[in-house]
Design a protein around this ligand. Structure first.
Ligand SMILES: Nc1ncnc2c1ncn2[C@@H]1O[C@H](COP(=O)(O)OP(=O)(O)OP(=O)(O)O)[C@@H](O)[C@H]1O
Length: 710
């Protein structure tokens, strides 16, 4: 067929008809067809059945947790001893009352005893059998029963008469021929026995010393009901037929409380529950200090571990420090810190980790800092320096063994802390050189080992420096910036070199706690804080978001803190409590250890600090020496670079500072000489840059003034 004679109209009509057919087919497909073509079956039962899923093996502990630690055992033994002593005391004072009660019941008891003997001696138990024989007119049986009765009555009568005579004889003997105490004892015992025999059934002899708390065990319905009432929509929906929680493990006793592990309904996180801890406690009708919901990050965000204690953590007795009476510490091993809410011992480490402790005032920060400072004291190898910038002398015990010690909120003490940081920075450099020069087999990991730390004279001993209320140093107008830079360097580098910083602050914000420091600290302890920012400043970024919230501690939770970095999981810990006299006694032991080892030096040995407090050189002369020839005005940063080259020992700590910090450091250093900085403009790449600097004429005047004064 040619194109000319093609029937276009017929073909068009045919196509239209086909299209209509097609449209009808597409618009109304059969249901079965759609199901076959479009629906994807996501659950494949055959594949599920065939899958050999790995099973997680959960083993129940062989012994209860408290039996596995010395603290747990001691706590249980102490609890038992306390309870026993209390019971003895309680009943001891009530003995006369119990005696009176027994005496008043004794007549009834006597009557009951006589009645019992009478019934036995007169064969009362045979009476029903004899009555039956009479009623049934069985005279033969009656005769034999009567004979049996006569025999019994004769025999029992004799036994009763003999026993009665024996008792009377014994009574007379005890009353007349034995010493009084024995006679009274026998009388008392008899009266007590008769009293017990006469005790009315509804009256107790002794009252209960310990009224058992009516604590119900934690049950799944209880937890589910409580969760449904804390205002989380997905959990509230549980009671209306919504998705329920999924129980992961049976609810078990764990320490002094109950532990429940469950998966929350899909999409609900443990953090949401932790956020409503107070509501959960109210819903469970338990004190807030008993209810500790936690997440289990290694599982998934919806896994909730709920521990409900028998007693409020805030009411628990102060925790005794196991090293309070005796013992030494190896800083390369963990040392005791306190207990978790279950009563299990928690320890901390000092080597290779710096410490940051924070809280609002009055929650137990200083008491917590005491523990690592005392632990360091109990390792004779360790050199300890303490700067307590509140000025109350809370850490004064350390004077007995610390090589440097300062207590006060004035510039002198703050400067002493700054000088210590400068020296620590130099110490880090020195130690890095020593370690670099050591043979590989002696120092395989390029860090301090217990053997290296023990070698006297090598200079790699643990060096622990605690600065309490460090916000005073970091927010200081003159020393703050330099201190921040130094602390950051020390925190980053000192760890492996055995140089450890312990910083405590009651004002964790970015001005009082440099972010470079807070971001690099390994061990963090946060007592009660008021908000997310402070929480994350101490415990690390995102801690709050992940449910690690020291904001949930109440005013009563003194000494209770979140500890991050000491174990795989963040822990809630009640710190051990070491009061003033105990602290002094432990410090005396620390001092004795150093005397024995021959390492008692510095402040503790009555020496004044040998730090570069009184420099042999003078900054004005040094500036004169390094002044660029012919320059009238020079930037501080340029002068600082030249000074650090001239005297690395004296000015080396400025070398790593940023330009602004160098400027401020030099401004502060020349201020005591009446020399002030001014704006100095310099053309760099065609652009004028203004920075603080010194004028040569001012320097010369200051030098003349100094020599004139001298
Ligand atoms: N582990 C603890 N167990 C029981 N009570 C403690 C514990 N630690 C501290 N306390 C109590 O808390 C009080 C305050 O402690 P501390 O002086 O250490 O607080 P702070 O946070 O350092 O306060 P500030 O910031 O004002 O110095 C102490 O007097 C003590 O009674």
């Amino acid at each position: 067929m040619t194109i000319e004679n093609f029937d276009w109209q017929a073909r068009e009509a045919e196509l239209k008809a086909n299209k209509a057919e097609l449209e009808i087919e597409t618009i109304e497909p059969a249901d079965d067809d759609r199901a076959d073509a479009g629906t994807v079956l996501v659950d494949n039962p055959a594949m599920h059945a065939a899958w050999d899923a790995p099973t997680a093996e959960g083993r129940a502990p062989i012994l209860p947790a408290w039996m596995l630690s010395r603290t747990g055992l001691a706590a249980e033994a102490a609890r038992f001893a306390r309870l026993t002593a209390y019971r003895c005391g309680y009943h001891g004072v009530r003995v006369p009352l119990y005696g009176l009660r027994l005496a008043s019941w004794a007549p009834v008891g006597t009557a009951r005893a006589i009645g019992t003997v009478w019934r036995w001696a007169s064969d009362q138990e045979g009476r029903p059998a004899r009555s039956d024989a009479v009623a049934g007119h069985d005279w033969q049986a009656y005769q034999s029963l009567a004979k049996l009765r006569d025999r019994r009555v004769r025999f029992r009568g004799m036994v009763t008469a003999t026993a009665g005579a024996g008792l009377v004889g014994a009574g007379l003997y005890l009353g007349l021929a034995t010493p009084d105490p024995i006679a009274w004892g026998a009388l008392g015992t008899t009266v007590a026995g008769l009293g017990l025999a006469g005790k009315p059934a509804d009256k107790p002899l002794v009252t209960r010393a310990v009224v058992k708390a009516k604590l119900r065990p934690l049950t799944a319905p209880m937890v589910e009901k409580a969760l449904s009432r804390i205002g989380i929509a997905a959990l509230s929906a549980m009671s209306k037929g919504g998705e329920n929680v999924h129980w992961v493990d049976p609810i078990i006793r764990d320490g002094a409380g109950w532990r429940a592990v469950l998966d929350l309904p899909a999409g609900t996180t443990a953090v949401e529950v932790i956020d409503r801890r107070d509501k959960l406690a109210a819903a469970l009708a338990r004190p807030l200090g008993c209810v500790w919901p936690e997440g289990q990050s290694d599982a998934h965000p919806g896994r909730l571990v709920l521990w409900v204690g028998d007693t409020d953590l805030a009411d628990a007795k102060a925790v005794t420090w196991p090293l309070a009476r005796s013992g030494t510490v190896d800083l390369f091993q963990p040392f005791p810190l306190g207990v978790d809410p279950r009563g299990m011992a928690v320890s901390g480490e000092l080597m290779f980790t710096n410490w940051l402790v924070g809280s609002i005032p009055g929650m137990g920060k200083t008491f917590l800092v005491k523990l690592p400072v005392l632990a360091a004291g109990l390792d004779a190898r360790a050199e300890v320096q303490v700067f307590e910038l509140k000025g109350t002398g809370d850490l004064a015990f350390a004077e007995q063994y610390a090589t440097r010690y300062a207590s006060g909120a004035d510039d002198d003490e703050i400067e002493a802390a700054l000088i210590a940081l400068r020296d620590l920075r130099n110490e880090c450099k020195k130690r890095a050189r020593i370690i670099k020069d050591l043979p590989r087999d002696i120092c395989p990991e390029n860090k301090v080992t217990p053997e290296l730390a023990s070698r006297k004279g090598l200079g790699l001993h643990p060096l622990v420096v605690a600065i309490d209320e460090c916000q005073e140093l970091f927010s200081h107008s003159e020393f703050g910036k330099e201190a921040a830079v130094l602390a950051e360097k020390i925190v980053k580098l000192g760890r492996a070199l055995g140089v450890i910083l312990i910083l405590a602050t009651q004002r964790p914000d970015k001005d009082s706690l440099p972010t470079g420091v807070s971001a690099n600290v390994g061990t963090r302890a946060c007592l009660r804080v008021m908000g997310q920012v402070e929480n994350d400043m101490i415990l690390g970024t995102s801690a709050y978001k992940n449910g690690i919230r020291a904001t949930m501690f109440t005013k009563r939770d003194r000494g209770v803190f979140y500890l991050v970095g000491a174990a795989d999981e963040p822990l809630i810990v009640k710190g051990a409590f070491v009061d003033g006299p105990k602290g002094d006694a432990i410090a005396a032991r620390a001092r004795a250890l150093r005397i024995e080892r021959g390492t008692l030096t510095g402040h503790a040995a009555g020496q004044t600090t040998t730090a570069a407090v009184v420099p042999a050189h003078n900054v004005l002369d040094d500036l004169h020496a390094v002044w660029p020839t012919g320059e009238a005005n020079v930037w501080n940063s340029v002068l600082v670079d030249r000074l650090t080259e001239l005297r690395p020992d004296a000015y080396g700590q400025w070398a790593d500072l940023a330009d602004t910090a160098k400027t401020e450091a030099l401004t502060a250093a020349v201020k005591p000489y009446g020399l002030t900085t001014k704006g100095v403009g310099r053309r760099v790449d065609g652009e004028v840059i203004n920075r603080r600097g010194l004028a040569r004429t001012d320097l010369d005047t200051a030098r003349e003034g100094r020599s004139g004064g001298r």
